[in-house]
Design a protein around this ligand. Structure first.
Ligand code: ATP
Length: 743
């Protein structure tokens, strides 16, 4: 049973009132006089199946499709056509669109199209309003293509002959049900184009990101470098700090000990100096030794006493002599002995000298009285000569002895004093030599003292040096704290201790260089940059992934397109071959021989189409060869091969043979033939009728005809008449009536 059930027209063209054609027989004939509205029925098919060319519906606007009114009927505001298909086998489906709102789970599918006078146009499937696209999609699932090859309008039978190769190809592709591939290819190409655009965009984004990413990468490397430098710096500075502190402490201790030692030495020296100074003072006072003076005074008094004693002795001895002489030479003018005189003279000289040297008048007086008494003695000697003197002499001699004893005593004391003086002098000379030694010592001590004092003065500088070194270290700590953070400059127990000043100075230089390096790397906001870099990197990787995904998608789509094309090509070739077999058969049946076939013509796309859309990238990459279909015929007993040279009937037969062949290969649910048989003679009309019967096994056939032979093949005939109200009417008629109608 065929799928087509009925078609209903309401207000469509000449059909003012609802008119229905039922398709309950394989061949339906539509008959009626000229102008009754038969072609309007055919157009109703086109209309409801989504025809977009108003012109092909013989109208100028949508409004022309609506019943315009007659003498007795008013004009209508809308025209509607519904076509009903059987769907008990659930053959209808949507491929492209996934219309959830339309259920196809019904035994019937009703497609309705309406136009309104105001230009409105609607489609519905089973009462649900849909888009044209959905209608076409649904129809495609039952091989009803939009090329309309299965609806042959009046006078348009040889359209397939007059159209060009490309149009023929579209028609044949449509008939073969290959349009779905074309749709899929177009969709894939669109997708590809979109994907390529997307790829371009992503590539641009990535390219735009690249310099920023590179910049950030450099920054991050710098930061990492800086953090290594910072760590080095921290460790080196730790060692430096520890060593410097220890160094300063050692210096302090050293200096302290040195100063302590020096001060002790100085104290010691001071003691020695002050004792030496005492010794020296003594020396100056011993220059006039009071003891020697004392002794010399004693010596002088001794000399006086001695001289006095000697005087007395001399005088006594003189007196003794005088006395002795008086005894021997009484009355005798005995002269005074020379000894007496000399002794007297000596004595006198000495007394005078002493008096003179003293210069003292008392001494002078004493000396003079002494001299006078001596001189008196001398005179008296001369007068008292006669006196017995022996006792007196003896007395004198005793006195002399006593005096001598006294004198000896004085001499011995004198000697004692002299030896005392000598010993003092000895002692002094010894002292003198000791003093030279002391002086030498003293001077050396003074020198030492001054040396030590200058050392001590110098050590004040050393204190200052240490202090400034300490301050410098603190300053360095402060500076570094600013550069690498306060926690990084805390003293480190486990830091390496540098033992030599030289190594320490090398270390300091290293630290200096690292500091400069760190300062050079700038005060980059470390964390923020790193995060920004991470983000940029992630974005870049995301874009890269995106690109690779897109690449994959492009490859997939390209492959899909290639596959679709290849399938299309194969199926198209196979379809054409099948059509050719049928074409040959129909053709030779029609013409009683001869040959007819289609060939696939490949044309360079460029040559073929100036009016084509811009060649896309896809076509450049995979230049598809545009194909067309050429028709080859050779009539029996005739040399004519050019289609243009065929007679009207021949053209008609050829195109019918081809259309039938196409329909045979992939039978559509129905085939509408509007006076396709008009140009046929009786014999050909019979052959035509045979073919219609043959085709009706596969497709519902609706034949609009004036041809008796054709009518006879239809089991059901509809007559179209124009009623008294001026609108077309449909009524089922018998063959005899039909013959009447047709005339
Ligand atoms: P033929 O046998 O000569 O081909 P036909 O039966 O195919 O004729 P149609 O061409 O279908 O006749 O009918 C044409 C008729 O329909 C014309 O008389 C025309 O006036 C009428 N018609 C077309 N459009 C409208 C309309 N919008 N309103 C009323 N009548 C219309």
């Amino acid at each position: 049973m065929h799928q087509l059930k009925k078609i209903e027209m309401t207000g469509f063209k000449s059909f003012a009132k609802k008119s229905t054609l039922y398709f309950n027989s394989p061949v339906i004939g539509v008959v009626g006089p000229n102008g009754s509205g038969k072609s309007n029925v055919v157009e109703a098919f086109r209309f409801v199946l989504g025809e977009q060319s108003i012109k092909s519906l013989r109208s100028k606007s949508g409004a022309d499709l609506i019943f315009k009114g007659s003498k007795s009927l008013p004009a209508l505001s809308r025209a509607s056509v519904s076509i009903t298909f059987d769907n008990s086998k659930k053959q209808f489906s949507f491929s492209g669109s996934d219309l959830e709102k339309v259920s196809l789970d019904f035994d019937e599918i009703v497609i309705t199209r309406e136009v309104f006078r105001d230009g409105g146009n609607t489609y519905s499937i089973n009462g649900t309003e849909v888009r044209l696209k959905d209608v076409l999609d649904l129809l495609a699932s039952v091989h009803i293509g939009s090329s309309g090859h299965h609806i042959i309008s009046q006078g348009a039978a040889d359209r397939i002959l007059t159209s060009n190769g490309k149009e023929r190809k579209v028609m044949i592709e449509d008939a073969l049900g290959l349009k779905v591939y074309q749709t899929k290819i177009r969709e894939a190409e669109k997708k590809l184009e979109k994907t390529r655009l997307n790829m371009k965009e992503v590539s641009i984004q990535r390219r735009e990101l690249a310099p920023h990413l590179a910049f950030l990468k450099k920054q991050v490397e710098k930061i990492e470098q800086a953090s290594i430098v910072r760590a080095d710096l921290e460790s080196l500075f730790g060692s430096y700090q520890k060593s410097e502190i220890s160094f300063i402490k050692n210096k302090k201790d050293e200096l302290h000990n040195f100063e302590k030692e020096q001060k002790e030495t100085l104290e010691n020296i001071d003691k020695q100096i002050s004792s030496l100074e005492k010794v020296m003072k003594e020396r100056f006072s011993s220059a006039q030794d009071p003891r020697i003076e004392e002794h010399e005074k004693s010596l002088a008094s001794f000399r006086h006493a001695k001289s006095d004693i000697e005087h007395s002795i001399g005088r006594l001895e003189g007196m003794i002599q005088v006395l002795e002489n008086q005894g021997k030479h009484v009355g005798d003018n005995k002269p005074i002995s020379r000894n007496t005189v000399v002794s007297f003279a000596k004595d006198t000289i000495s007394t005078i000298d002493e008096a003179l040297s003293s210069g003292d008048s008392t001494v002078l007086k004493n000396a003079l009285s002494h001299i006078k008494s001596k001189l008196q003695n001398l005179v008296t000697i001369e007068e008292d000569v006669v006196i017995d003197n022996s006792a007196l002499i003896q007395e004198h001699r005793d006195t002399i002895t006593k005096l001598n004893q006294e004198r000896n005593q004085i001499i011995s004391r004198e000697q004692n004093i002299q030896s005392a003086i000598a010993s003092i002098k000895q002692e002094k000379s010894e002292h003198e030599s000791n003093f030279a030694e002391s002086e030498k010592n003293y001077l050396s001590l003074v020198r030492q003292k001054s040396d030590i004092e200058s050392e001590l003065r110098f050590s004040t500088h050393k204190h200052e040096d240490i202090k400034s070194r300490e301050e410098r270290l603190n300053q360095e700590i402060k500076e570094l704290s600013v550069l690498i953070g306060p926690s990084a400059v805390l003293p480190k127990e486990d830091a390496e201790l540098i033992s030599t000043e030289e190594a320490l100075s090398t270390l300091k230089q290293k630290i200096f260089r690292l500091k400069i390096k760190l300062e050079d790397s700038g005060s980059i906001g470390g964390n923020e940059i790193t995060i920004e870099y991470q983000n940029a990197l992630e974005r870049d990787q995301f874009l890269m992934q995106e690109l690779s995904d897109i690449d994959g998608a492009i490859l997939n789509t390209t492959t899909l397109i290639a596959e679709l094309r290849s399938t299309l090509m194969t199926e198209f070739k196979q379809g054409v071959e099948k059509i050719n077999t049928q074409f040959q058969e129909f053709f030779s049946t029609m013409f009683g021989g001869g040959n007819a076939f289609l060939s696939i013509l490949t044309l360079d796309k460029k040559e073929n189409s100036e009016d084509e859309e811009v060649i896309s990238d896809v076509d450049k990459a995979d230049p598809i060869i545009e194909q067309g279909i050429e028709i080859h015929v050779s009539l029996p007993h005739k040399k004519v091969k050019d289609l243009q040279m065929l007679s009207g009937g021949e053209r008609s037969l050829t195109s019918i043979a081809l259309l039938f062949a196409i329909s045979q290969v992939n039978p559509p649910p129905f085939l509408v033939l509007d006076e396709t048989d008009a140009a046929l003679d009786e014999a050909n009309s019979r052959r035509y009728g045979d073919m219609i019967e043959r085709l009706s096994k596969y497709s519902e056939l609706i034949v609009v005809t004036h041809n008796r032979e054709t009518m006879s093949r239809a089991k059901v005939l509809y007559g179209v008449t124009v009623g008294s109200d001026g609108s077309s009417k449909l009524l089922s008629v018998q063959f005899d009536e039909a013959e009447q109608y047709a005339k």
